[in-house]
Design a protein around this ligand. Sequence first.
Ligand code: NI
Length: 226
Amino acid sequence: MMLHIPGVLSREQVAAMRARLDASDWVDGRATVGAQGAQVKQNRQLAETSPLALELGRTVLEALAGNALFFAAALPLRTIPPMFNSYAGGEHYGAHVDGALRRVAGSGQWVRTDVSSTLFLSDPDDYDGGELIVTDAYGEHEVKLPAGDLILYPSTSIHRVEPVTRGARVCSFFWTQSMVRDDMRRGMLLELDQNIQSLRARLGDCAELVGLTGHYHNLLRQWSEV
Ligand code: NI
């Protein structure tokens, strides 16, 4: 499932982050990928363990912790500290799949990458190109969102970032290990959850909604690994 989550960060939060990021030192993005990724990746990142990356990453995680839609869609067990990247002057990232397992820098803890997230910190008008293209069974999906918005997609998908030919595309990106490993099951749970919420808003509580809510939790009980 691909899901657009609007307004994860406010305009003020984005502006404050960008002021810090634009004045910071970036390193070669190939520092954090395997052999296949290194051949196709051309961008810059904040060093994973730099104090600024850790501080801004905490701000992103705090925003996610208060975001009900992110929780319902990702069913997060653990999320790696968010990282930050920048593409400009033709930089791009060719077709690749994100590595299945990542070690959290500093802690040594392994995280299985079930859900990939890109949080846009540049507005679409500020750069040309830079679309995130995600491929799934239904074809290619082009994503370019307002600053502060997030796209969530299954880490199993092949994806790429098109060359940025004007301006700069600055984003935060990170991976989440979900309590529900399978993307289709996560999608079904999200759909059920959203329909229950919209029915509850329309009808108020009733016996059928109690039953459906129970069904949601019983499916989650069957499918979750914690
Ligand atoms: Ni990727």
